[in-house]
Design a protein around this ligand. Structure first.
Ligand code: G3P
Length: 286
């Protein structure tokens, strides 16, 4: 296999799946998790099915065990662990969860949403050497805010544009990846683009064609890639977008993050869905 320049992360919540993908590919650069994927972990599902809902402490402990099992399986792109948040969670609350989660494994990246509180938490995190992965990114403006909020970080910060969810609303999600990369090419390189919500081989091949820094990919899509003998895009590769193009914006990366327009309906919805999936695993008294 010709190993792509784009680092490949498994988008999931099951160490066994990561192990299988590693066997199939011969390597896995990293892993991303989120509250919905953790709720789907086989052990968590089994607990819930047997009538055992978790306390929030138990949920944290289960999450910790999962990432501790995945951590040694992956390469230098690390394991992204997401804080539990809803529309009321403050930056301080996110930070204190983030700091605890960061202590679980040596290669953690802490995921905060691209919201005001999430960006504030990221700004504080990088000052304390906590690596971050800013998730639920749907626009170039949000990525510019991530750049500005994490400026001065000693470690790389990740921003995760969600491709498939933009496709779902009739836009060309891959344009956001392309636009952010173009914008960051004028920056200092401290933020890496991690293409997320990848749903197809076409998405993955276009990530390779764009030389995206990283892509997080569900096991199913990686299996499709393997089954086709790991194709790579050639010079003639054309991405067939179905959605509406998203135009590039000229933005000043030196502006303070508060000045960017970071609102996006899909970010709000995404936070809500993650919170709902997390709550569904908790006992009513948790
Ligand atoms: O990487 C982000 C991912 O887990 C979300 O994917 O398919 O739910 O939009 P999806």
């Amino acid at each position: 296999m010709h190993r792509p320049k784009t680092k490949i992360l498994v988008d999931g919540g099951d160490p066994e799946e990561t192990r299988q993908i590693k066997e199939l590919l011969g390597f896995v650069d990293g892993q991303t998790t989120n509250p919905s994927l953790i709720a789907k972990n086989p052990r968590i599902r089994q607990l819930i099915a047997s009538g055992h809902k978790l306390s929030s402490r138990e949920e944290m402990d289960e999450y910790k065990k999962i990432v501790q099992t995945i951590s040694p399986l992956v390469g230098d792109a690390g394991v992204s662990i997401e804080v539990f948040s809803d529309e009321k969670t403050t930056a301080q609350e996110m930070l204190s969860q983030g700091k605890e989660m960061f202590s679980w494994i040596p290669n953690a990246y802490i995921k905060y949403p691209c919201t005001e509180e999430g960006l504030r938490a990221a700004q504080m995190s990088v000052k304390e050497q906590v690596r971050v992965n800013m998730t639920l990114c749907f626009s170039q403006q949000q990525a510019a805010a991530v750049y500005s909020a994490t400026k001065g970080t000693k470690e790389p910060a990740y921003v995760s544009p969600f491709v498939g969810r933009l496709d779902d609303i009739g836009q060309n999600g891959m344009d956001v990846v392309k636009n952010i990369q173009r914008m960051f090419s004028k920056g200092d390189g401290h933020v890496l683009v991690l293409a997320a919500s990848i749903r197809s081989l076409e998405h993955l091949l276009y990530c390779f064609a764009l030389n995206a820094d990283l892509a997080t990919v569900p096991a199913k899509t990686l299996e499709q890639w393997a089954n086709k003998q790991f194709p790579m895009p050639d010079a003639q590769f054309q991405y067939k977008a179905s959605g509406k193009p998203i135009p590039y914006e000229e933005l000043d990366l030196e502006q303070s993050w508060e000045r960017f327009d970071i609102q996006h309906e899909l970010t709000r919805k995404g936070v809500e869905e993650f919170a709902a999936d997390y709550r569904a695993t908790l006992s009513p008294t948790a």
